[in-house]
Structures are given as structure tokens and as C-alpha cells.
Design a binder for this molecule. Structure first.
Ligand code: ADP
Ligand code: MG
Length: 269
């Protein structure tokens, strides 16, 4: 693991695509682990009630009475109280999600500054104290208030796109939502990164999708493509990312390459 630059201030990146199963969570935790392996400080905020990102980072989000992102959004706990260190890496932290979060989509509606709850909760002093260089926010598969909170809290959006039929389906709607947030709530927001996931080199279709996505998004698309690999999907079952579960595997290498590309790209601060 070579040296990667520390950004001048934490880069906050939202991983969004309202389609389920495209690799949002897998990409979030593996990029996080890849950056952390290079010694960069990473905080993952799990915004999906399923809590899969928390699980992959070795955090028991089913434990009773844990402070989670739900209490953080409601203002009942501080970022310090909600943040846990991942047992897998000293530089890796997580604000876990619990099933309570499923109700937040509705509960948030009546709160003051409902779109700004997450941004307001991101305590810069704590981020600096923990040495956080990257905040990665894993979104649920919807464009509701949780995802809007993630888009208001971030400067960058990372869109994972699965190399499958209908890959670009729904992406137009996602981009329109990003534009709305940009126009009304967060002028600095932009799509900084597109990652092609679950690529199966044996199919012509995968190459056609990759080509189409590159035509559509140009340089925003990472050169690294994430291959489909059973090991990638097994790792969370062991409370790990592929980078700890099988460091030499193609999946681990590709996510390491992807995290390096992200870290070396201009931050457009
Ligand atoms: P999302 O968060 O967008 O719903 P996930 O990251 O949970 O998507 O991925 C959906 C499913 O696909 C999960 O079961 C995950 O383990 C699996 N998966 C993700 N990436 C890969 C990959 N590169 N190879 C094989 N399986 C993958
Ligand atoms: Mg997910």
C-alpha cells in the first residue's frame, strides 16, 4: 500500500442510486477499507435501515441501546456518541444504522431543517480529532428524505452502476434529484465518480453496458471496473470487507485500485 494524499479537509461522498442491489453498500465499505488500508481516516455513515454497511465493518448494529444514525438525525445523540471504531482497522469508523431508521423517513418530515439534519450533525471538530479524511455515506435504495440528507451533507456523489440489463434505468431520475438538491439546498453538490460494478467479462452485455456508461458519463467513470466475484458477497457474512477477507483476490485488488483512483483525483473543493 503506497502513500495516498490526505485531502486538505474531509471529502464527504454520498453513495447513491435508488435502484437496490447495484453495489452501493459493497462499494461504500470496500472503498472505505481500501482508503483506510492506505492510512487515510474514514468515517462510514450507514443510512440504510438494513445496516449492511455496519455489519460489513464488523459492527453489531443489533446490540441493544446502541447510539445509531437514527438518534443522530433526531438530535438525541452527538456524532461522538454515535461513532464506533471498526475492529478491522484503526483508521476506520462507522455510525451504524438500526431498524429504527425505517421510520425516520416519515418522522423527519415534521422536524425543523429536515433536509439538513445530517449536515448539521457532522461535527468538524470530532472529524479532525479522529483524523477523518473521508466521510462515505451509504444511502438506502430510495430518493426519500434520508438520501436528500446525504446529498445535502456531501459535496460529491458516487454512483455505482451494475453492468447488467437496464443499468441506466432510473439514473436520469437520480440526476434530476441531484440537480434539485444543487439548485435549492447544496450548490456545491456534483457527481464526482461513477463506478461500474459486478462486471462479468464473459458476457458481451457487460462490455456494452460499460461502453454506454462511459459515453454517458465520460471521465467521471473510474478506469477500474469491479468484477463479479462470489468472495465479495461472502465477506460481509464474516463481518469483513473483501479487503480483510481475501486481500489477494481480484475483488480486493479492484476495490484497492478504485480507492486509489478516488484519492488521487482532484477534489474540486
Ligand atoms: P445495494 O447496496 O446497492 O443494495 P449491495 O452492495 O448490497 O447493493 O449488493 C447487492 C448484492 O450483490 C449483495 O448480496 C452483494 O453481496 C452482492 N455483490 C455486490 N458486489 C458484488 C460483486 N462485485 N460480486 C459479487 N457479488 C456482489
Ligand atoms: Mg445497500
Amino acid at each position: 500500500a503506497g502513500e495516498l494524499p490526505h485531502p486538505p479537509s474531509p471529502r464527504v461522498i454520498t453513495i447513491a442510486n435508488q435502484k437496490g442491489g447495484v453495489g452501493k453498500t459493497t462499494t461504500t465499505v470496500n472503498i472505505a477499507a481500501g482508503l483506510a488500508l492506505h492510512g487515510l481516516g474514514v468515517l462510514v455513515i450507514d443510512l440504510d435501515p438494513q445496516g449492511n454497511a455496519s455489519t460489513a465493518l464488523g459492527i453489531d448494529h443489533r446490540a441493544p441501546d446502541i447510539a445509531s444514525v437514527y438518534e443522530l438525525l433526531l438530535g438525541d445523540v452527538s456524532l461522538r456518541e454515535a461513532t464506533q471504531q471498526s475492529p478491522n482497522n484503526d483508521h476506520l469508523f462507522c455510525v451504524p444504522a438500526t431498524l429504527d431508521l425505517a421510520g425516520a423517513e416519515i418522522e423527519l418530515v415534521s422536524l425543523v431543517a429536515r433536509e439538513n439534519r445530517l449536515r448539521n450533525a457532522l461535527d468538524e471538530n470530532l472529524l479532525s480529532e479522529l483524523g477523518i479524511d473521508y466521510v462515505l455515506i451509504d444511502c438506502p435504495p430510495s430518493l426519500g428524505l434520508l438520501t436528500v440528507n446525504a446529498m445535502v451533507a456531501a459535496k460529491e456523489v458516487l454512483i455505482p452502476i451494475q453492468c447488467e440489463y437496464y443499468a441506466l434505468e432510473g439514473v436520469g431520475q437520480l440526476l434530476r434529484n441531484i440537480e434539485l438538491v444543487q439548485a435549492h439546498l447544496n450548490p456545491g453538490l456534483h457527481v464526482s465518480t461513477v463506478v461500474l460494478t459486478m462486471y462479468d467479462g464473459r458476457t458481451k452485455l457487460a462490455d456494452q453496458v460499460a461502453e454506454e456508461v462511459r459515453r454517458h458519463f465520460g471521465e467521471t467513470v473510474l478506469n477500474t471496473i469491479i468484477p463479479r466475484s462470489v468472495k465479495v458477497s461472502e465477506a460481509p457474512g464474516f463481518g469483513m470487507t473483501i479487503i480483510e477477507y481475501d486481500p489477494g483476490s481480484r475483488g480486493a485488488m479492484s476495490y484497492l485500485d478504485a480507492s486509489r483512483e478516488i484519492a488521487l483525483r482532484s477534489t474540486r473543493a
